[in-house]
Design a protein around this ligand. Structure first.
Ligand code: GMT
Length: 371
């Protein structure tokens, strides 16, 4: 098949998933064309069968800002015409699916591609439900040939908020488990041997509640000799720094900034801590499970479909700092319990979220549309 993909390119889950899917499809012999504003975050190596096209911004004094979405739509139609793309997969409704719809309209009817749109979460929960974006997000879903959601929760939420008439397919996110070797027990140099490592990984947006990480860490560190490793960067980083200073735990926190090779850092953790306000899926919890690291998260959206409470980690109510600290202390003071949860996490991840099975589901959906 000749497949086009559009996605966001910054360090976010939707772009990571789109990139992983493109790489997997190319590995199966499909010809894959990415059309994006920049080269996607994790598309760093050479892959046969992948071409990465980027959009040139058009600036002109009459424009307030360069009309990037129109440039993206133009580029999609150009690439689709030139390479005879049969199927376009837009990740995130706005603007990616909308741009693909415009591009499809620009093409001669007999050459138009089929369009699959994957809803990732914030396109529905934050962006899509903002009143000004509601109609265009609904339009993107309705006019796609098929829409998928990354969890049952997001699927139901989309139906509830948008009341769309077409069925939405739930296709879970996946990871390439060969990137996450089991039993990677190598202890990194981030902490002393007698210190536990609690890790948080995110883009530090408000929805990630990074100050809850610090508040709970303060309580945990009263009982356990631990450090907090914060991976990523974003708008809430300074709030985390400020709260840590107020609570007197700043000297026990390491900020590592952005890192593309999360699989090299994650196995160092004794616990991965993601207290999000809501999460349509939760790619970091899944990465942790592949690395056999127990997860501490919240009962927010699709995370409950990824992490099994009491088996592969613990889930609390959003903002319940006491419960978070209690579960963390339980895990960090009982190595056998933590190791068992880690093993169960990996087993669950490979059973439900493996690359092979999920890419098969996407391929089957593409084939059903192309007849
Ligand atoms: O979480 C973010 O801020 C990034 C966002 C994105 O769109 O890149 O992530 C969303 O998509 C991921 C991949 O499907 C999911 O694993 C995340 O749970 C989801 N984020 C939220 O729902 C907040």
């Amino acid at each position: 098949m000749k497949i086009g993909i559009t996605c966001h390119t910054s360090a976010g889950g939707s772009g990571i998933m789109a990139t992983e899917l493109g790489i997997a499809l190319a590995g199966r012999g499909h010809e894959v064309h990415f059309v994006t504003l920049e080269t996607p975050f994790r598309l760093t190596e050479f892959h046969a069968n992948i071409v990465a096209h980027t959009v040139d911004p058009v600036t002109y004094p009459v424009f307030h800002n360069p009309p990037m979405s129109l440039a993206l739509a133009s580029k999609i139609s150009e690439v689709a015409e030139e390479y005879g793309i049969e199927l376009w997969h837009a990740h995130y409704a706005v603007p990616n699916a909308v741009c693909a719809i415009i591009a499809r309209e620009m093409m001669a009817e007999e050459r138009r591609f089929k369009l699959v749109t994957t809803l990732h979460g914030t396109d529905i929960t934050l962006v899509g439900s903002d009143p000004s974006f509601f109609p265009i997000t609904k339009f993107a879903i309705q006019r796609s040939d098929a829409a998928t959601a990354v969890s049952k929760w997001l699927n139901a939420e989309t139906q509830r908020v948008f009341g769309v008439e077409k069925p939405i397919h739930t296709i879970y996110n996946f990871l390439d488990d060969s990137k996450f070797p089991p039993n990677a027990t190598e202890r990194c140099t981030l902490a002393d041997d007698n210190e536990k490592i609690i890790m948080h990984i995110s883009n530090f947006r408000p929805v990630k509640r990074v100050t809850d990480v610090v508040r709970a860490f303060k309580k945990i560190s009263e009982s356990v000799n631990a450090i907090l490793v914060m991976v990523g960067d974003g708008p809430e980083r300074m709030s985390a720094v400020g709260v840590a200073r107020q609570l007197g735990v700043d000297h026990k926190i390491k900020y590592l900034g952005m890192n593309e090779r999360i699989e090299a850092i994650l196995p160092c953790a004794d616990l991965v801590f993601q207290p999000s306000e809501h999460e349509s899926f939760g790619l970091v919890p899944l990465e942790a499970m592949f690395c056999q690291v127990p997860v501490l998260g919240t009962k927010s959206g699709g995370v409950t479909e990824v992490v099994e409470h009491g088996e592969t980690g613990y889930l609390t109510e959003v903002g319940d700092i006491d419960a978070m600290a209690k579960y963390a202390i339980r895990l960090l003071t009982d190595d056998e319990h933590a190791a068992q949860m880690g093993r169960k996490g990996r087993a669950r991840a490979t059973r439900l979220f493996s690359k092979e099975a999920i890419v098969n589901e996407y391929e089957a959906l593409y084939k059903s549309l192309l007849g």
